[in-house]
Design a protein. Sequence first.
Length: 253
Amino acid sequence: MTRAEIIKEIRAKKTFLCVGLDPDVEKLPKHLLEEDDPIFEFNRQIIDATAEYCVSFKPNTAFYEAYGVSGYTSLERTIKYIRQNYPHHFLIADAKRGDIGNTSAMYAKAFFKRLHADAITIAPYMGSDSVKPFLEFNGKWAIVLALTSNEGSKDFQMTDAKDGLWYEQVLKTSATWGTPENMMYVVGATKAAMLADVRKIVPNHFLLVPGVGTQGGSLSEVVKYGMINHDIGLLVNSSRAIKLTKKSRLIKI
C-alpha cells in the first residue's frame, strides 16, 4: 500500500485510527470460547464493528505466537479475512523484529510474502542491516521503533548520545536508510509533547502512535504536535480501549 493510498483513505474516511488486534484468550468474552477458533471470531467481530471508523488494523503477533500453531492459524485467518473483506485497510504486523541481514530478509519474506502484511514494526538496535531488507519490497513499509510509550523507554531512548538523545540519533540515522514512502516511526502518545522535536527531525514521515486511551496518552496533544497539515502523517492506535459485548456491539473506542 503506497503513501498516497494511505492518505487517500484517511481523507475519505476522515479518520487516522488504527485498531490493534491483541487477543488474550483469558480475557475473551465467555460466549466466544465456545467457538472453534475463539481468537479469530473475536477478531472478526472487532474488525467488522470498527472497519468503518478506522483505516488500519494492527495484529500484535505475540498474542498469536503464544498459542503455537493454532495461534498462528488464527493470525493467518485474521489477515486473510481483512484482505478479502476490507482490502483498502493498511495492515500492520506488530512483530518488532530486527536481526542480522539474512535473518531480517527471512522475516521480511514471512510477513510480506506469506502473511501479506503491508508493514512490520522493527527494533533498530542492530543497525542498518537489520532494517534495510524490509525496505526492498515495493509497497511495503518498515515501521521503526523510535520513542516508545512504555515505562522502560527511558533506560536507553532518553539517555545522552553523541548527537542528542538516543531516540533522536535513531531518527537521524535511520531516516537515511529509507524514505517517507516506505518508512514510518513508532512514537508513543505518552511522549506527545516531544512530537514537536520528532517532527523537526522527520517532518514528513508517518508516525504510528500507540498509548492513547488505556496508557493515558492525549489525542489532542498528539494531533497538536504530530500532525502534518497536508498529509496528516499519523496513524493513532487503540487496542485495549476497544471492547465488544454479545452480538458484536461496539461499546467503546
